[in-house]
Design a protein around this ligand. Structure first.
Ligand code: NAP
Ligand code: MG
Length: 497
């Protein structure tokens, strides 16, 4: 017996791995009973309201405005005024100053924002604290740096701002998507009207207070809340020069139809059905962590989630076994508990969508596995789920579930892996796990996906462009590429993408 084995023999094995509750305090967040729209630096009293809730408990949190087309118009004209009367003309270094301020204030108020994001959206505090907030601040820092260097970013092209940008964002990363949209738009000298998703308006409304603190001139950023009707009014508004949309492919297509022929610029960041591909020479334990992160991060409400696992046939059994074992250690529950790995599903509507697709998987003949876990009685919950025996034609292998549900398929050769990975209407992201650098490059060349991660997954950086092919949309956010849709160039016409 080796020394190590002797040591292991003596190590006491705990009977269970229960964690004591470790809730983050809610006291750091103060909510108003009722919020209006943030227009021209002031709060506009809404004519209609709805209640926003916590998806983990169904507890009402606040009343927020449902912006009518007239209220959207008020926000658009405030943005137009701000664009024409100052913002586009001030020295670029001044614009940078505001962006740096916003970034710093987000860092200072990170805890407050993280708690609010988890409260209103259901995501684990561990993620809002360690991913959403640091990345949101990083985006403002990054684009602050570009604001006075645009001629170097686009040499000899005389970059000019586009004007008023209408920005529509989803509920899965509310503050982070806001940052992806607002930071490059302002750096490039535009003004903004932003509509957060219906279910997660609160962090955008708290962001209005950051703008006040940063003393951003009134009207440069306007925030109108409401459901899809508010979004549609913003798309239709004649005063908007550019639409940036992140959301579902169906709504993206409707927006593209609406804008066809109007000359307005458009970028679409839509859905995905990413393949996470594990070769038999990959470091398996590391790959299993990557699979878990790829699909259970943010309850799988991630457009680039690794929702299709492609495993090389020779390692299928050990991978599935390790994966199932790892699944039993995921802690599902209170988003505000610091030990929680998987939080609440964002809305009742989304929960129904997940259930319907999971049922279709069982009916079509796939085998379901869910680890034993007790879900809270109130709120919207779905246990982490794995499907084996999945055929490529099944709906769970084709359609975006946008929930904590993984479909496992197998392949034998790299060629087959590429073919299966690309067999989807989407093309947002992919993951490759192998120890061979040459194979990573070979795969990356052939995978039709905007982002290909190698031996990692769901990694983001403000300097790295993100966006899709095919039905995942067009245009890039992040990096120097992310500035381009917010600029027009000498002699060029605004165009889609
Ligand atoms: P969604 O229904 O398309 O909503 C996205 C945003 O558009 C929301 O603010 C929504 O308001 C608004 N909206 C709805 N109908 C509209 C219309 N007719 N005109 C204008 N705006 C309208 O998508 P979701 O269900 O919130 O988000 C999930 C989807 O977004 C997934 O498919 C996911 O893949 C995709 N997504 C993509 C990315 C990316 O970067 N590629 C990132 C995150 C999410 P309501 O909130 O009232 O519906
Ligand atoms: Mg929706």
């Amino acid at each position: 017996m080796t020394e190590l084995e002797r040591k292991q023999d003596r190590t006491p094995v705990p009977k269970e791995w229960a964690y004591a509750p470790a809730p983050e305090s809610r006291d750091v967040v103060t909510l108003d009973d009722r919020y209006g729209h943030y227009v021209g630096g002031k709060w506009l009293e809404p004519s209609e309201t709805y209640t926003t809730i916590s998806p983990a408990t169904e507890e009402p949190l606040a009343e927020v405005g449902q912006a009518t087309p007239e209220e959207v118009e008020a926000a658009v004209s405030a943005a137009r005024d701000a664009f024409e009367n100052g913002w586009s003309g001030i020295p670029a270094a001044e614009r940078a100053k505001y962006l740096f301020r916003i970034a710093r204030i987000l860092q200072e108020r990170a805890r407050e924002f993280a708690v609010l994001e988890s409260l209103n959206g259901g995501k684990p505090i561990k993620e809002s604290r360690d991913v959403d907030l640091p990345l949101a601040a990083a985006h403002f820092f990054y684009y602050a740096g570009w604001a006075d260097k645009l001629e170097y970013a686009f040499p000899n092209r005389r970059p000019q701002p586009v004007g008023v940008a209408g920005q529509i964002i989803p509920w899965n990363f509310p503050l982070l998507m806001l940052s992806w949209k607002i930071a490059p738009a302002l750096a490039a000298g535009n003004t903004v009207v932003l509509k957060p998703a219906e279910t997660t308006p609160l962090s955008a409304l708290l962001f209005a207070d950051v703008l006040r603190q940063a003393e951003l001139p009134p009207g440069v950023v306007n925030i109108v809340t409401g459901d899809g009707r508010t979004g549609a009014a913003l798309v239709k508004s004649e005063g908007v020069d550019k639409i940036a949309f992140t959301g579902s492919t169906d709504v993206g297509k409707a927006i593209q139809r609406e804008l066809a022929g109007t000359g307005k610029k458009l970028t679409l960041e839509l859905g995905g059905k990413a393949a996470n591909i594990i070769f038999d020479d990959a470091a398996l334990d590391q790959a299993v962590e990557g699979i878990i992160n790829g699909i259970y991060f943010n309850q799988g409400h991630v457009c680039c989630a690794g929702s299709r696992l492609l495993v090389q046939e020779s390692i299928y059994e050990p991978v599935v076994e390790k994966l199932k074992r790892r699944l039993t250690t995921l802690r599902v529950g209170d988003p505000l508990d610091k030990n929680t790995d998987v939080g609440a599903i964002n809305s009742k509507e989304q929960l129904e969508r997940i259930r319907e697709l999971v049922e279709s998987g069982e009916q079509e003949g796939a085998e379901i596995y869910q680890p034993p876990c007790r879900l809270p009685e109130k709120g919207y919950w779905f246990a982490p789920t794995v499907f084996t025996n999945v055929a490529q034609s099944y709906r769970i292998a084709q359609e975006e579930i946008f929930g904590p549900v993984l479909s496992i398929l197998t392949f034998r050769t790299p060629e087959e892996a590429v073919e299966k990975a690309n067999n989807t209407p989407y093309g947002l992201s992919a993951g490759v796990w192998t120890e061979k650098g040459s194979r990573i490059l070979w795969m990356a060349e052939r995978l039709r996906a905007g982002v290909v991660w190698a031996n990692t997954f769901n990694r983001f950086d403000p300097s790295s462009p993100f966006g899709g092919y095919k039905e995942s949309g067009f245009g890039r956010e992040g990096g120097r590429h992310g500035l381009e849709p917010y600029m027009q160039f000498d002699g060029s016409q605004p165009s889609g993408g």
